[in-house]
Design a protein around this ligand. Structure first.
Ligand SMILES: C[S@@+](CC[C@H](N)C(=O)[O-])C[C@H]1O[C@@H](n2cnc3c(N)ncnc32)[C@H](O)[C@@H]1O
Length: 236
């Protein structure tokens, strides 16, 4: 069974089930952490910035932020307690605070900002209502603040869709089943990437949400044309 696209609220619960093996699987993905650091760098924040790592998972994106901005203050938020438990064990330092929260309702989770930068890595695709999530994210950014969505997007290119389907079907889903005992979240990953906005559609979505300076930068390796840094700013 995969998770139906209209039941994305189930996603954090599925991550609870695979949390213990999550880093093992991402470790097999060449470039995973290096690409997160690239997106962190592309935020171009000041050394002492206040940063939100939204949908931080096991803290791999948080670790990328700590590497790039060792003097920043980082709030790292995720809905899955299982993923957060793995993240907390990494002891990423005194400037990092992990907390449970819902990216669909940041205010209710006590996340009010303002932040100079937000990194949302592999998060926006999982939101039941991405426009509503963008409104909440916009509200916690300081004026002039920068956001980076590090995300898969393949809808604009036949080659990208084929590469993604090949990698997902031959590596990600079978390895996920083998390592975590459940392929549900990995089949959902495959299908949700295919269903997600193309680059142009997501850029338009960001512009409609009020962001300025919207632009997209690529990754290298097999992820070229598949994973992107979507960058945007809250206008001053
Ligand atoms: C693929 S993981 C990404 C983790 C991390 N950012 C990384 O780059 O490795 C996606 C994470 O989003 C979280 N998530 C999904 N829906 C969420 C929501 N509504 N609010 C907060 N976190 C959510 C999941 O629990 C999961 O840990």
């Amino acid at each position: 069974m995969t998770i139906p696209m209209h039941q994305k609220a189930r996603v954090p619960g599925e991550f609870d089930r695979v949390a213990a093996r999550y880093d093992l699987l991402t470790g097999m993905n060449p470039g995973y952490s290096r690409h997160l650091r690239k997106s962190a760098e592309r935020l171009s924040l000041a050394p002492g910035a206040r940063i939100l790592d939204l949908c931080c998972g096991t803290g791999l994106s948080t670790a990328a932020l700590v590497r790039v901005y060792p003097h920043a203050t980082i709030d790292a938020v995720d809905a899955s307690e299982g993923m957060l438990a793995v993240a907390r064990r990494k002891n990423l330092g005194p400037r990092v605070r992990f907390s449970q929260g819902d990216a669909m309702d940041l205010a209710a989770s006590g996340i009010t900002g303002p932040y100079d930068g937000v990194l949302m890595a592999y998060g926006i695709r999982n939101m039941p209502d991405p426009d509503e999530a963008l409104r909440g994210l916009f509200a916690v950014l300081a004026p002039g603040g920068q956001v980076c969505f590090h995300e898969y997007s393949v809808a604009d290119s036949r080659r990208s869709r084929l590469v993604w389907q090949a990698v997902a079907n031959t590596i990600i889903v079978p390895s996920g089943r083998l390592l975590s005992g459940s392929a549900d979240i990995y089949r959902y990953l495959r299908d949700s990437v295919l269903a997600f906005d193309g680059v142009r559609a997501f850029e338009s979505r960001l512009a409609r949400a009020g962001f300025s300076d919207v632009h997209t930068r690529p990754m290298d390796g097999w992820q070229h044309g598949v994973v992107h840094s979507f960058l945007a700013r809250r206008p001053l």
